[in-house]
Ligand binder design. Structure first.
Ligand code: NAX
Length: 329
């Protein structure tokens, strides 16, 4: 048996947590021969519900689940962890401005960044899901002294999966036939699902889907507004699909990317594509055979794409400005 991987999940009793933990414990995230330890973190009011979730995990008798531990103490929760999945955050309430939300959640992520730096394993990788996830990741990264910036990520995979599904439906193919789809920028309504470089069964997507008006209009807005459409239909925000995207993100970051393809995840920008160094921005990423990641270079960016990328990066710069007090110099 391999040595167990330790995974910490915040907001573990929330709806994404409920859809995610059972996937991790069953082997979907790290494969069918990789045992896991789960360290589940909730705030005090969530601890009773978390006890129930832990009882259910026990009742699954998962062969790969080595141990489960629930806590509201951050350093305990991140102790020796290899993967910190930061899902919990405070939802936006009626009357709350975007900057209020940035400030409230920002404070959570300073503490979590510090605790990760103090308690986690040296190779810890952190994936932020809780919104606004790019800027929360920026804050956590800047407060985790000693943890390399390359080990911080924010999730845009749900957007990639949504975009692939829309494109596949339009072209009458399976979503797995759509490759080279990149989400640029922020996980917000300004994100840009870049169809210009996408392929269908290896062919340029724009030679298969020739309705440029649909691509530039309805397609982009459907992907950007998909979260809101699900809330309207379901009365609650996306949870199972978000949890699935967490599984996909970690899986893509731990397995070599198929030749010629890429995947979307927000990383600490190394300055690629003119995106300010140090911002947490989504771009085309490859995972290498040695487990490291790199930005895919020389992906063509036409004038239309550049305008969309500029808009979403500007929003990230504004968010960064709004939380600058939470980022140590
Ligand atoms: P829920 O409200 O169901 O659950 C959140 C849980 O987090 C609650 O149990 C709460 O007690 C806990 N929590 C709050 N503050 C915490 C803290 N400081 N430490 C530990 N736990 C804490 O929300 P859920 O639907 O699970 O969504 C979680 C987050 O994911 C939200 O911020 C949501 O906006 C975000 N999402 C991000 C997505 C992405 O693609 N990046 C997509 C789905 C989702 O909207």
């Amino acid at each position: 048996m391999k040595e167990a991987i330790t995974v910490s999940v915040t907001g573990a009793a929330g709806q994404i947590g409920y859809a995610l933990l059972f996937r991790i414990a069953s082997g979907s995230m790290f494969g069918p021969d990789q045992p896991v330890n789960l360290r589940l973190i909730e705030i005090e009011p969530g601890m009773a519900a978390l006890e129930g979730v832990i009882m259910e995990l026990d009742d699954c008798a998962f062969p790969l689940l080595n141990s489960v531990h629930g806590t509201s103490d951050l350093e305990d929760g991140f102790k020796d962890t290899n993967w910190a999945l930061l899902v919990g955050s405070v939802p936006r309430k009626a009357g709350m401005e975007r900057n209020d939300l940035l400030g409230i959640n920002g404070k959570i992520f300073t503490g979590q960044g510090q605790a990760i730096a103090k308690a986690a394993a040296p190779n810890v990788r952190t994936l932020v899901v809780g919104n606004p996830c790019n800027t929360n990741a920026l804050i956590a990264m800047n407060n985790a002294a000693g943890v390399p910036n390359e080990q911080f990520f924010a999730m845009t995979r749900l957007d990639e999966n949504r975009a692939k599904s829309q494109l596949a439906a339009k072209a009458g193919v399976h979503s797995s036939d759509v490759t080279n789809l990149c989400i640029w920028g922020n996980h917000s309504a300004t994100q840009y699902p870049d169809f210009t470089n996408a392929k269908i069964k290896g062919q340029p997507l724009t030679s298969v889907i020739t309705d440029q008006n649909w691509l530039e209009g309805e397609f982009i807005s459907t992907v950007q507004q998909r979260g809101a459409a699900i809330i309207k239909a379901r009365g609650a925000s996306s949870a199972a699909s978000a949890a699935n995207a967490v599984v996909d993100t970690v899986s893509s970051l731990t397995t070599e990317t198929p030749a010629g393809d890429w995947h979307s995840v927000a990383v600490c920008s190394p300055g690629a594509y003119g995106i300010r160094e140090g911002l947490i921005a989504s771009m085309p990423i490859r995972t290498n055979a040695d487990g490291s990641w790199s930005v895919v270079e020389r992906v063509p960016v036409d004038e239309f794409s550049q305008g969309k990328i500029d808009a979403t990066i500007n929003e990230l710069l504004e968010e960064r400005e709004a939380v600058k007090d939470l980022i140590p110099a």
